[in-house]
Structures are given as structure tokens and as C-alpha cells.
Design a protein around this ligand. Structure first.
Ligand SMILES: [Cu+2]
Length: 196
């Protein structure tokens, strides 16, 4: 095999590898939102349950969490009183009373068909300015305890979600809010009370 033939074979092999990787990248990167986690309708319904350590009081729109538990938070319900709502165990923007020392595992799912949302914990209460979060990470302008990128609207039966856990180790009053511009300003928030 002469030198030029060898170079030719290496060149063809290299181009083949580039083409194969490009094809993988194209289908992985553009045709499926593979980097975002999503749930189907039945998976979402499976998560919408009340755990043993949780008591939901519809009469005073309060959720009591007495031991470490999971909680499903749905953002932007289309059947809610306002698009600026969090729906938790059938209530809209409920007060959440948590026993000090309890860890809550939040699964935040966007069920809105036309807007992005997130769910951020803060020790700053309302009123909130238009730009509550200064961008997608919910930090800046006020003190946030957590951050979350915006979840895309629901699409083709898929619901985008985000998992986070928070240990409420200090008693006091906290807030959960959506930091998408204008959302917390228009009422997309609720109160968290951590009790001893
Ligand atoms: Cu929002």
C-alpha cells in the first residue's frame, strides 16, 4: 500500500465517523428534547397523591407537612382561578405549614400549555417586582434560597418537570414563587410557615 492510498483510506474513515456523529447529534439535539425530563399524563396522575406525613385542609387552603414527604407542585393550571397559580393537592397557592427539621421533596411539573414557569423558595415576601428573578435562575434583586430554570409549556402530552429537595431546618416564614417576569408580581406565590 502506498502512502497516498493509506492517507485516502484514513480520510474516508474520518469523514464517515464525522457523518455518523453528526447524524446522532442532529437527531439527539433537535428532534427530541432529550435533555429535558418529562412525564406522561398517567405518570403525572400517579404522582398526585397525598403522602402519610401530609395533611391537606381544603377549608383553610393549608397543607400541613409533619414528616419528610414528597409533594407534587403543578404550575400554571389551565382550570385554575388564574394562570399565575401553583396547584398543590387540589388547592391554588396554598399555605404550606412544615414542621421544623422536615425535608420536603418537591416534584415541580409545568401543566401550562402556553407559558414557562418555575418554583423558587425565598425568605422575601410580596409585593414582588415585575422582574422577580432577573433571568432564568431566580437569583438577583432579592434573596432566593433555591434556583430553578424555567420549565417549558406542556407539549404533545408531555409535561416537563424538575425534582428538588429542601430541608426546612430553621423555623420562620418563607415563600414560594415563580420568577418568570411578571408572574410573582401578579400573584404567583404562596406562603410557607416552618413551625417548631
Ligand atoms: Cu410562572
Amino acid at each position: 500500500m502506498n502512502k497516498y492510498k493509506a492517507i485516502g483510506i484514513v480520510g474516508v474513515a474520518f469523514l464517515t465517523v464525522v457523518l455518523v456523529f453528526s447524524a446522532f447529534y442532529y437527531y439527539g439535539g433537535y428532534n427530541t428534547p432529550s435533555s429535558s425530563q418529562h412525564l406522561t399524563q398517567s405518570q403525572l396522575e400517579g404522582l398526585n397523591v397525598t403522602e402519610p406525613g401530609v395533611y391537606a385542609s381544603q377549608t383553610n387552603s393549608t397543607i400541613y407537612i409533619n414528616s419528610s414527604s414528597s409533594l407534587l407542585v403543578m404550575t400554571g393550571p389551565m382550570n385554575g382561578p388564574s394562570m399565575y397559580s401553583f396547584e398543590i393537592l387540589g388547592m391554588y397557592n396554598p399555605t404550606i405549614v412544615i414542621k421544623e427539621g422536615v425535608t420536603v421533596h418537591f416534584t415541580v411539573v409545568n401543566i401550562d400549555t402556553d407559558s414557562e414557569h418555575n418554583f423558587v423558595l425565598s425568605n422575601q415576601g410580596p409585593p414582588y417586582p415585575y422582574m422577580s428573578g432577573m433571568g432564568s435562575m431566580g437569583s438577583g434583586g432579592y434573596s432566593s434560597m433555591t434556583s430553578m430554570s424555567f420549565l417549558p409549556p406542556t407539549n404533545s402530552g408531555y409535561f416537563y418537570y424538575y425534582n428538588m429537595s429542601y430541608s426546612f431546618s430553621q423555623s420562620g416564614t418563607y415563600w414560594y414563587l415563580c420568577t418568570y417576569p411578571g408572574h410573582a408580581e401578579n400573584g404567583m406565590y404562596g406562603r410557607i410557615v416552618v413551625e417548631q
